[in-house]
Ligand binder design. Structure first.
Ligand code: GLU
Length: 424
């Protein structure tokens, strides 16, 4: 029976690298019909915070990494104490003040790692290990070994940063007479300078990506590709397809370079394939945060706006940025667009257009286009000559969705009012 675990310490937010560790464990469990266990490693009372725990659980749920069992190490201190006492009774451990230390025997230790094959370590390099600290709490390695054994973990899949802990943990397994699990140490996630992933390469907390308007499917898809590949250069892959294909053997040894550009590209792909009503529902909390007092238009109207922008969004935030002219009272002018398209006084042309638009009864894409075309014909100018200034006057930007769509979405009142005031 495959039993794997993800063991976050609630001493910080869920790091993108830890999320990948969780994901690989989860995929392995699901691929093998095994169990995925969540173990909260909160033995450090000073540094563990509920706020971090809540955020970690929330981020995991958001990513869809459901767990089958959950344990908290702070509930298990009696168990660790019992095993420390056993080792003391057997003369394998000794006390130093209140702390309990393991006598480390001199020998060679072999670790079988599914990703890096065999690793041999001489215990000469390992000092006697603290098992219980003087404050009565277990050390990470001691609690980890006892729990991995009692929870019958078949394979420990974790970040390569823990590789140096593994021989120390093997020594503890051996002292306790317990059988070690298999190990698979995942390559590190590197930034574009091949240093360990830091804020410079992109946000590090999963919740930060969520706030920036990434979709969980895109994050999961992207994390899957960091160090693993489905085998045919495929980049966009669903979780269910990946599970079918998943094998630890196909995980790379080399560090995986994080690319925010690729994540953004994938996110855009997932946004495009999200049904507009669902995408609108995802956008509403962002809109409410940005415009707490704005009335959010009725559902259908908002969906029309979302539909207009959907094809070019890479994050949900793009929508907020590009639609400020709709939700805010005033358009924010991009200075360059203003300089390019509004430096020539077109108040006479605009006045004519306003007159035509005011006469439009049913203000929609078709009727505003008719009015617009009539005016450029009357002025004897190509449509393009008026399109750009009008777009900048209405939206503040030189690029955006089609002009008539923009006008229809904005509505008659705002359209007319902006065209009337822009040259004042
Ligand atoms: N609590 C450890 C961490 O967050 C877990 C390490 C392990 O998986 O053994 O890094």
């Amino acid at each position: 029976m495959v039993r794997v675990r993800f063991a976050p310490s609630p001493t910080g937010y869920l790091h993108i690298g830890s999320a990948r560790t969780a994901l690989f464990n989860w995929m392995y469990a699901r691929a093998q019909g095994g169990k995925f266990i969540l173990r909260i490693e909160d033995t450090d009372k000073g540094r563990s915070k509920n706020e971090f725990l809540d955020e970690i659980l929330d981020s995991m749920k958001w990513l869809g990494l459901s767990w089958d069992e959950c344990y908290k190490q702070s509930d298990r201190f009696d168990i660790y104490r019992k095993y420390a006492q056993k080792l003391l009774d057997e003369g394998k451990a000794y006390k130093d003040g209140e702390a309990v230390l393991l006598k480390v025997p001199q020998k060679q230790i072999k670790i079988y790692d599914l990703i890096r094959d065999e690793i041999v370590v001489d215990t000469k390099e390992i000092k006697d290990q603290v098992l219980m600290k003087s404050d009565g709490s277990p050390t990470y390695s001691f609690a980890c070994v006892i729990d991995d054994a009692l929870m019958e973990i078949s394979c420990v899949i974790r970040g390569e940063d823990h590789i140096s802990n593994t021989p120390k943990q093997i020594v503890i397994y051996e002292a306790l007479g317990l059988k070690p699990p298999k190990f698979a140490h995942l390559p590190l996630i590197l930034d574009d300078e091949r240093a360990r992933m830091s804020k410079r390469a992109g946000a590090v907390a999963v919740s930060e990506y969520r706030r920036q308007g990434f979709l969980p499917q895109a994050i999961v898809n992207y994390l899957m590709l960091l160090g693993w590949s489905p085998g045919n250069n495929q980049e966009k892959i669903t979780l269910s397809a990946a599970i079918k294909n998943f094998s630890i053997k196909r995980i790379n040894k080399a560090g995986a370079v994080f690319s925010l550009d690729k994540l953004r590209w994938l996110n855009g792909q997932y946004i495009k394939e999200t049904d507009t009503a669902n995408l609108t529902a995802l956008l509403i909390p962002f809109l409410k945060e940005k415009y707490p007092t704005a009335s959010l238009l009725d559902g259908k109207k908002l969906e029309n706006i979302v539909q207009l922008f959907k094809g070019r969004m890479t994050t949900l935030m793009d929508f907020l940025e590009w639609t400020d002219f709709i939700f805010a009272d005033q358009a924010q002018f991009d200075p360059e667009a203003k300089q390019k398209h509004l430096s020539q006084d077109r108040s006479k042309d605009f006045a004519l257009l306003v007159q035509a638009l005011e006469g439009v009864q049913d203000f929609n894409v078709k009727t505003v286009e008719e009015a617009f075309r009539r005016i450029v014909e009357q002025l004897g100018i190509p449509a393009g000559e008026l399109v750009h200034p009008v777009r900048v006057a209405l939206t503040g930007r030189a690029v955006g969705p089609g002009l008539f769509d923009t006008m229809a979405v904005l509505g008659k009142e705002k359209t007319v009012q902006r065209l009337k005031t822009v040259f004042k």
